[in-house]
Design a protein. Structure first.
Ligand code: IVH
Length: 675
């Protein structure tokens, strides 16, 4: 969190959101529509204001930040860079036989000359090219597709093992290496993420790759990344004749290289290295998936050359995935924070890749069906870089009689609400979005969010405290909080408690569409909530509505209608809504049948206004159209349904004509409004 006043940050956040929207709008007007509404100077002022906010609160920076945008190119977060020497990838060998075949091809290419090899652990991270100029770090570029990568200098700069200055001021120097996340850092990061309700990373490689591509280097700095260099690509001081000497030269300049790298005189020595490393692999603080075998002498490398995809002078020997056999004791179901039900196999504990494994994810019921995993089955589990092992297959020959098939429960094991699986989806979900303890935290945060009931100050840490102390269980409890108890909480005081209660009180006056959205009904986004609010006028009316009448609302499809009904049918949800109403949260909206009546000629139409309309401002015309279920947009495209052309209509009218869009004059427009 920032060290600024929370109110100030929140205000800036709102302003930044407004600015982004406005910038996006004007940018498009300028670049895409070629029809600017404001002067260049005014546009620049918007960007400057946003940059000022982002400088003050860098955590508010987003991928569309003007600070990150390069010229008029498509919105790219990172600059790209073309590698002068492409970053090739390696061919793989999965067993000794394939390794021997590789050597035979190599020997043929270098005509019987006997190579010495360098053997290196193959670290599971992401490769990076780093440039220094006059000894100073100049840029760091991801591999990308091998030819063009992304410039991530700011992030790589935060990795302590990457020197910002070489020991000598070499004029131009480029090295390649692997950025990775040490296992210890990975465990710590995932623990923090799970505590904070964020989804954990599947493996250290994903975590490292994600961290290098974060837009805020301050977060990257917090991720404890590391880097080992494995290749000297270019040096203005000249490159030594062998790779092994190149590794030493890099070390001399202050680059970290792997101390487990070694020289192997022949393929037998390579195989011994592979075995040795495999035996100690679990002692390493990083994950490896094999050994890279490289020809040491650069002149031999040159003669060996490359195929279209890989160099012939190197190969990656991949260790087989680590597997073990064990027995499924039970299959249980976990409910995630968004209500997804995940079946998990509880296993007889077994040693695998240095850890004791007693659970494995089964992902979803389709997976279980496909693999036919049953309780009491003997199964093969595998760890392929992932922290959570997977069930690979059932050893059917060992299936015992009475092995029980798994069935997804029909009610949520945590809260008892109905479980549904939507058409076309693999996941089963709990429908108790508001009442299920597994989903409470998310439900509260969503309810209080800016686009929901906008209860400022009710953020993650406060929600966590309220839940931990059992001061709230669901959103209705928020309206019973008392100042005294609130003031006792961490980082609260009488003043903040009073402020929060003020915010909660104010939330009672939010319009109905916000409340509907804040309830977190699946598929009900802000737009659908607005439509539903307009059509039904009160929460009770919405929950009492039948599926057909929900479906009759403009823009509401069968999936959404079904979910609204499901929500309404859960007793827990009905009780919750009654308590909300009793607490005074019962906004009303005049239901506007016109807005949803399919009969209006504007319902669901995309309309463009151009020229002046006698007796109406553009704003008035726009709200009349919107009140009848239409949308008003700024420019004419093939998607435009109707153009209202007033006096002195210009290029838009021409465009409408050329696209064959329906055009009406002001009199016809008035007639349509009164229909
Ligand atoms: S040498 C042409 N050495 O493995 C030579 N790569 O599958 C290219 N890797 O993209 C790479 N440790 O990200 C090399 N000691 C090592 C390595 C290594 C990990 C990665 C690297 C590369 C991938 C190729």
């Amino acid at each position: 969190m920032s060290r600024h006043e929370p109110g100030e940050r929140a205000a800036s956040e709102r302003r930044a959101a407004e600015l982004r929207e406005s910038i996006a709008h004007h940018r498009k007007r300028y670049y895409v529509d070629d029809d600017p509404e404001i002067s260049d100077g005014e546009y620049d002022a918007l960007e400057r204001e946003l940059v000022a906010i982002e400088t003050r609160f860098p955590e508010l920076r987003t991928p569309d930040s003007p600070t990150l945008r390069v010229g008029g190119a498509p919105a790219e977060a990172f600059e790209t860079f073309t590698h002068e020497i492409p970053l090739l990838s390696l061919d793989n060998a999965y067993d000794v036989e394939e390794l021997r075949e590789w050597e035979a091809r190599l020997l043929k290419a270098i005509e019987g000359d006997r190579p010495t090899y360098v053997v290196e652990p193959k670290i599971d991270g992401l490769s990076i090219a780093v440039h220094w100029r006059d000894g100073l770090l100049e840029r760091a570029v991801t591999r990308g597709d091998g030819a063009v990568g992304e410039v991530v200098t700011g992030n790589v700069r935060t990795i302590p093992s990457v020197p910002l200055r070489l020991t000598r001021a070499v004029a131009a120097f480029e090295a390649r290496g692997e950025v990775y996340m040490p296992r210890s850092a990975f465990r710590e990061l995932n623990r923090r993420r799970e505590e904070g309700g964020e989804p954990p990373f599947a493996n250290p490689r994903n975590a490292a790759a994600g961290s290098v591509r974060l837009l805020d280097p301050r977060i990257t700095a917090d991720r404890r990344l590391d880097c080992l260099f494995y290749g000297l690509a270019r040096s203005s001081d000249g490159v030594p004749p062998t790779h092994f000497e190149g590794l030493r030269a890099m070390r001399d300049l202050g680059l970290r290289t792997n101390l487990r790298n070694d020289v192997a005189a022949d393929l037998d020595a390579v195989l011994r290295y592979i075995e040795r490393l495999q035996a100690t692999r679990e002692e390493l603080d990083y994950e490896i998936d094999g050994v890279v075998v490289k020809v040491d002498r650069l002149d031999q490398r040159e003669r060996a050359g490359a195929t279209s995809k890989f160099p012939r002078w190197a190969i990656a020997y991949k260790y087989p995935a680590q597997q073990a056999t064990t027995v499924v004791r039970d299959i249980v179901v976990q409910v995630g924070r968004t209500g997804t039900l995940t079946p998990v196999a509880e296993l007889e504990p077994v040693q695998l890749a240095g850890t004791t494994v007693s659970r494995a994810s089964l992902h979803n019921s389709d997976e279980i069906e496909r693999k036919d995993v049953r309780v009491r089955d003997t199964v093969v589990v595998e760890k392929a870089g992932e922290i959570i092992p997977q069930v690979v297959k059932v050893v059917t020959s060992k299936r015992r009689r009475g092995a029980r098939k798994f069935r997804m429960p029909e009610t949520c094991p945590v809260c008892g609400s109905a479980v549904v699986r939507e058409e076309g989806e693999v996941a089963h979900r709990c429908t108790g979005a508001q009442t299920c303890p597994a989903q409470r935290r998310e439900a509260l945060l969503h309810f209080a969010s800016r686009t929901g009931m906008d209860i400022q100050g009710l953020g993650e840490s406060l929600v966590d405290q309220l839940l931990r102390r059992e001061m709230v269980r669901d959103v209705a409890d928020l309206y019973r909080l008392e100042a005294g108890a609130l003031a006792e909480l961490e980082r609260m005081g009488e003043k903040s408690a009073a402020n929060l209660l003020g915010e909660i009180e104010a939330s009672k006056r939010r319009p109905l569409n916000r409340l509907i959205y804040a309830l977190g009904i699946r598929h009900v986004g802000e737009r659908a909530a607005r439509q539903l609010a307009g059509a039904f006028g009160s929460l009770t009316a919405l929950l009492d509505a039948g599926e057909d009448s929900i479906l009759a609302v403009e823009e509401i499809g069968p999936k959404t209608a079904r979910q609204v009904r499901l929500f309404a049918e859960q007793r827990g949800n009905r009780e919750l809504v009654e308590r909300l109403i009793a607490a005074g949260v019962d906004p009303r909206e005049e239901s506007r049948p016109a807005a949803t009546a399919p009969g209006s000629p504007f319902a669901g139409k995309s309309v463009v206004l151009t020229g002046t309309l006698p007796g109406r401002t553009r704003e008035e015309a726009k709200s009349e159209i919107e009140a009848r279920g239409g949308r008003v947009t700024g420019s004419v495209s093939a998607k435009t349904d109707l153009v209202v052309a007033g006096q002195a209509a210009g290029s838009k009218l021409d465009r409408a004509r050329s696209l064959g869009v329906e055009i009406v004059d002001p009199e016809e427009f008035e007639r349509m409004l009164s229909r």
